[in-house]
Write a protein that binds this ligand. Structure first.
Ligand SMILES: Nc1ncnc2c1ncn2[C@@H]1O[C@H](COP(=O)(O)OP(=O)(O)OP(=O)(O)O)[C@@H](O)[C@H]1O
Ligand SMILES: [Mg+2]
Length: 230
């Protein structure tokens, strides 16, 4: 039988012949060094895998963080100290909707009484609706024909099951052309058109605070218009 062949298995002249041998080959004290992460590395400097693996891991973490940051919707915060400020925000949103060629779906989120219906009412007024705007708390859906299009105001707080939306005429909504303002949109998840923007209303002394996030190009246009106006 041959012993370990020089030039194949020897550490000095190339790769060890067997995986098992590598640890032994690199365990020589002459090669131990601290890599830049401060670990004592048994491998020759140029072959410090621990360092490479660790660097690769931190690079992967970095890209994951970047991807997560890109997935995060862009947000704009607007303080609404009184109901008039909510009406002004609604008027600005209405002006953007009136200019948009396509439809727009906006989720209005926030606790009970946060001002979601007040905001939807102001949007409708800005679009030219002059009649009453009742809260859809019990009807769940209130359709309005306004400015030559359909505006659907939904409040899904009392929706038992998202599938019930099928019986409420959700299929008649044309997301390419209609406007939608949906309170408690999370309760209709999976049965609603995708939302272009979310406006989260929070209680914030002395009134409310709106946090606008965009989820699509149309949502981005709305966000940009609100950023420019406030
Ligand atoms: N910026 C504001 N500051 C103070 N009060 C406000 C503001 N905006 C709206 N409100 C008031 O909040 C009250 C509740 O509003 P609204 O009915 O629209 O809430 P909502 O979020 O639709 O509640 P629900 O979840 O029950 O449907 C109204 O009296 C309204 O005038
Ligand atoms: Mg409401």
């Amino acid at each position: 039988m041959h012993g370990r062949q020089s030039g194949h298995g020897g550490r000095r002249h190339g790769r060890p012949a067997h995986r098992r041998d590598r640890g032994v080959a690199w365990a020589g004290a002459g090669h131990r060094h601290r890599c830049r992460h401060g670990r004592l590395c048994p491998r020759p400097r140029g072959r410090c895998r621990r360092r490479c693996r660790r660097s690769a891991r931190s690079a992967a973490d970095g890209s994951a963080r970047l991807a997560a940051a890109l997935r995060q919707p862009r947000t704009h915060v607007i303080d609404l100290p009184d109901p008039d400020a909510t009406a002004t925000l609604g008027a600005r949103i209405g002006a953007v909707l009136a200019r948009s060629e396509g439809g727009m779906a906006i989720a209005l989120s926030g606790e009970l009484g946060a001002g979601k219906t007040a905001l939807a009412r102001a949007v409708l007024r800005a679009l030219g609706h002059t009649g009453a705007v009742a809260s859809p708390s019990y009807t769940l859906v209130e359709p309005y024909a306004v400015a030559g299009r359909m505006f659907h105001h939904l409040d899904l707080y009392r929706l038992g099951d998202p599938e019930e939306l099928e019986f409420l005429g959700i299929r008649e909504i044309d997301p390419a052309r209609d406007w939608l303002c949906v309170e408690w949109a999370d309760r209709g998840a999976g049965f609603l058109p995708s939302m272009d923007a979310t406006i989260e209303l929070q209680y914030h002394e002395p009134g409310r605070r709106a946090r606008v996030s965009a989820h699509s190009a149309a949502g981005e246009r709305l966000l940009a218009a609100l950023e420019n106006a406030t």
